[in-house]
Design a protein around this ligand. Structure first.
Ligand code: BV8
Ligand code: ZN
Length: 256
């Protein structure tokens, strides 16, 4: 249970933020039934799964990696955004409605923020519902809404190579435009909510520190303490699907 005065103080910051930023991780989708990667319920327990999320792992066995991503797409096919996703989309409408700026930066590849109505989304690690040519024959993204796929690995429709998931694997560079914009947003933010991330994967995990160093406030909303908990201005520990709607209710009271 978060102390009412903490909810009030964070809601006051949200009500007056001029340059609002949000950074989310797998925890924000947990209450939709999407397993997180780390922590007690994390599904990346065994080492070799980490090997799957690398280009080397993919090249070694494209079929196995596609089966693993298709298993995850299958899991996502039935899930819905939860109250936490919706609260973030509502806050975005309130902030932009009063002419202030808002950006949501997500490490998630599940597409649930978009489904919940979030508009300004920076997807740091790509999106599970898209694939691209392994050889890079063109810049096209192929939308792959269906699961399971008819064949593994799916052929590239534009050349004789194969498709790879449009996600960022360990050791791979993030999209330069996306990470540049994320650095700029973080450096300009007067308030950043950091929701549902173990804050272990870089460069994403470095973004809240950019906000703090530039004088912005950082509020962590996470089930468990993380390294960020010690430097955040506020660390609210609990379920984001419960805390975010509580905060939004208080913001609505404040702005009338
Ligand atoms: C890069 C793939 C430049 C898609 C992911 C050595 C060699 C190479 C690189 C490195 C190296 N050492 C370090 C690095 C950098 C590396 C890195 O940071 N490694 C970490 C592990 C140390 N980063 C990279 O490689 C990045 N690229 O740096 O390029 C470069 C290039 C070459 C060499 C050096 C540098 C690429 C990072 C992207 C990796 N791809 N996924 C996929 O299959 O998903 S990362 C993976 O972890 C996920 O994508 C996820 O987005 C990300 C972060 O996880 P979280 O979202 O935080 O989720 P997690 O489960 O960890 O935590 C959930 C939290 O929620 C928990 O705290 C839990 O308590 C909480 N929670 C649970 N339920 C709730 C809740 N909170 C609230 N409410 C709830 N209900
Ligand atoms: Zn191709």
């Amino acid at each position: 249970m978060i102390a009412p005065e903490t909810i009030m103080r964070v809601a006051e910051l949200m009500a007056k933020a001029e340059r609002a930023a949000v950074l989310t991780g797998a925890g924000v989708s947990a209450e939709s039934g999407v397993p997180t990667f780390r922590g007690k319920h994390g599904f990346w327990k065994d080492e070799d799964v980490m090997k799957l999320a690398t280009l080397q792992g993919f090249l070694a066995d494209p079929k196995k990696v596609w089966e693993w991503y298709d298993w995850r797409r299958g899991q996502l096919a039935e899930v819905e955004p939860n109250p936490g996703h919706h609260a973030l989309a509502q806050w975005e409408r309130m902030v932009t409605g009063r002419g202030a700026s808002y950006s949501l930066i997500t490490q998630n590849i599940d597409g649930l923020h978009e489904l919940a109505g979030s508009k300004t989304i920076l997807e740091l690690h790509g999106n599970l519902w898209y694939a691209r040519c392994l050889k890079g024959c063109c810049a096209e993204l192929k939308h792959i809404p269906d699961t399971p796929l008819p064949e593994y690995p799916p052929p590239c429709p534009w050349c004789d190579s194969i498709l790879r998931p449009h996600v960022v694997w360990f050791g791979e560079q993030l999209d330069p435009t996306v990470i540049e914009e994320s650095f700029n947003v973080s450096g300009a933010a007067d308030l950043m909510l950091v929701v549902g991330t173990s804050a272990q994967v870089y460069p994403a995990a470095g973004l809240p520190y950019i906000t703090s160093r530039a004088g912005g406030k950082v509020v962590e909303i996470n089930l468990e303490p993380t390294e960020l908990s010690y430097t955040a201005d506020f660390a609210l520990h609990g379920k984001s699907g419960e805390i975010l709607p509580q905060l939004l209710e208080k913001v609505r009271e404040l702005v009338g």
